[in-house]
Design a protein around this ligand. Structure first.
Ligand code: FAD
Length: 470
């Protein structure tokens, strides 16, 4: 291990924020140690988040297509069955390949990896209870806290990861539940609801707020909800879960309208609690150091990711901002660049958001509601995938591109896409916003035919002029 020799940079936490920061620090020539308690690298994202959920979304989509769409494409199969253990094994293989890959990257970049629970002794010393039962002290000039986030529990609901599961349990159910209730209509709940819905569960999503995914453009959100409803996902919005009774063979939820009113009972087999995530700093010893946090427990940092304690930095889910893996990675690189005396930069207004259902929804920049509050005159250009040749060719044409641009300058303010693969298509929009592009800039950029991305070009044409294909 690392012990006595002083590091330039210590990173506590090996998730997308922490491992990326560690690799970048080593690339910049810093002697670097990363401390991770989980026993594998990649954090929430690789182990119990982004990666296993996308593996199951892909496998369950294939099953669903095989069962419901293949015949329309002239592919006849006599029987289609779910082999859940095999599906889970493929997911587990994807996870372990990727987490081991990061260990390989650590070796390649000479990042020292200490497996254990880190705790501050001082602003330049971290004591680590190692996973092999020992203890070591790691010293360093700069310490980056990248300890991420944890599941938010709801009062009165005990997660047992069998019948009342968190996202972690929902990624590892042993059989397809007949009925699944998802508490919380955020992207994690909708993605996991989609997985089990496709595999045969009757899915009901219960949400306290009046809308699903609150960060989404309202018009797109409505279409998205309709798309999910067509897939037989039921929504109970403005509804509060009062209590959950697990004493019988089935789980009984007592519900009431968010605004108060008569209670109802909802019976189910499995409940997924996905009501958000909270920053994780347990056992770190931040109080002893005097590191400032906000009411939600997030570590407060300046634009250089420095906390109020000199030499101590924080990045990723544990600080304010969107709780997303790519945002954590951007934080990690910028933080280390600042430590190296260079310029780092993360524009939190241009972090894309993606919901990986089918169709996917991806967006960047402002929603129409946000543009309205800004008070600027704006234009909207839309193009439906029903008029996109590639989407029609493959018979997967549910969705739309919506572009918002400032009326006077044509500068793009926001782009919202619902489409299969929207999460890939969005990046030309992200780039356009970064470069301050106008909708005409996109419209005059040659897009390959036939591609889904042509819908972005056509929506851009519709923003300042007229589209061709509708
Ligand atoms: P984390 O990934 O949480 O990593 C922190 C690490 O620090 C953990 O491994 C933890 O064990 C370790 N740690 C904590 N305390 C200590 C300590 N004291 N000592 C040593 N180690 C410690 N985001 C996306 O962008 N796209 C997605 O598709 C997506 N899907 C998701 C699906 C699910 C089901 C979930 C739960 C999350 C998903 N996310 C997704 C969110 C994403 O996982 C997080 O935003 C991201 O992992 C945050 O990275 P991080 O490095 O800040 O923290």
């Amino acid at each position: 291990a690392s012990g006595s020799e002083e590091n330039d940079v210590i990173v506590i936490g090996g998730g997308p924020g922490g491992y990326v920061a560690a690799i970048k620090a080593a690339q910049l020539g810093f002697k670097t140690t990363c401390i991770e308690k989980r026993g594998s690298l990649g954090g929430t994202c690789l182990n119990v988040g982004c990666i296993p959920s996308k593996a199951l979304l892909h496998s369950s989509h294939w099953y669903h297509e095989a069962k419901h769409s293949f015949a329309n494409h002239g592919v006849k199969i006599s029987s289609v069955e779910v082999d859940l253990p095999a599906m889970m094994a493929q997911k587990d293989k994807a996870v372990s390949n990727l987490t081991k890959g990061i260990e390989g990257l650590f070796k390649k970049n000479k990042v020292n990896y200490v497996k254990g629970y880190g705790k501050f002794l001082s602003p330049s010393e971290v004591s680590v209870e190692t996973l092999d039962g020992g203890n070591t002290v790691v010293k360093g000039k700069n310490i980056i806290v990248a300890t991420g986030s944890d599941i938010k529990s709801l009062p009165g609901i005990t997660i047992d990861e069998e019948r009342i599961v968190s996202s972690t349990g929902a990624l590892a159910l042993k059989e397809v539940p007949k009925r699944l209730v998802v508490i919380g209509a955020g992207y994690i709940g909708l993605e996991m609801g989609s997985v089990w819905g496709r595999l045969g569960s009757e899915v009901t999503v219960v949400e306290f707020a009046p809308d699903i995914v609150p960060t989404m453009d309202a018009e797109i959100r409505k279409q998205f909800q309709r798309a999910l409803e067509k897939q037989k996902i039921k929504f109970m919005l403005k509804t509060k879960v009062v209590s959950v009774d697990t004493s019988g063979n089935t789980v009984k939820l007592i519900l009431e309208p968010s605004a108060g009113g008569d209670q109802t009972t909802l019976e189910t087999d499995v409940v997924l609690v996905s009501a958000g995530r909270v920053p994780f700093t347990a056992g770190l010893g931040l109080e002893k150091l005097g590191v400032e946090t906000d009411k939600a427990g997030r570590i407060l940092v300046n634009h250089k990711f420095a906390t109020n304690v000199p030499g101590v930095y924080a990045i990723g889910d544990v600080i304010p901002g969107p709780m997303l893996a790519h945002k954590a990675e951007e934080d990690g690189v910028a933080c280390v660049e600042y430590i190296a005396g260079k310029e780092g930069h993360v524009d939190y207004d241009l972090v894309p958001g993606v919901v990986y259902t089918h169709p996917e929804v991806a967006y960047v920049g402002k929603t129409e509601e946000q543009v309205k509050t800004l008070g600027v005159d704006y234009r909207v250009g839309k193009f439906p995938f029903l008029a996109n040749s590639r989407a029609k060719a493959i018979d997967d044409a549910e969705g739309v591109v919506k572009i918002l641009a400032e009326k006077e300058t044509d500068k793009i303010l926001g782009v919202h896409i619902m489409a299969p693969n929207a999460g890939e298509i969005i990046h030309e929009a992200v780039l356009a916003l970064h470069y301050g592009a106008s909708s005409e800039d996109i419209a005059r950029t040659c897009h390959a035919h036939p591609t889904m991305s042509e819908a972005v070009k056509e929506a851009a044409m519709a923003t300042y002029d007229k589209p061709i294909h509708i």
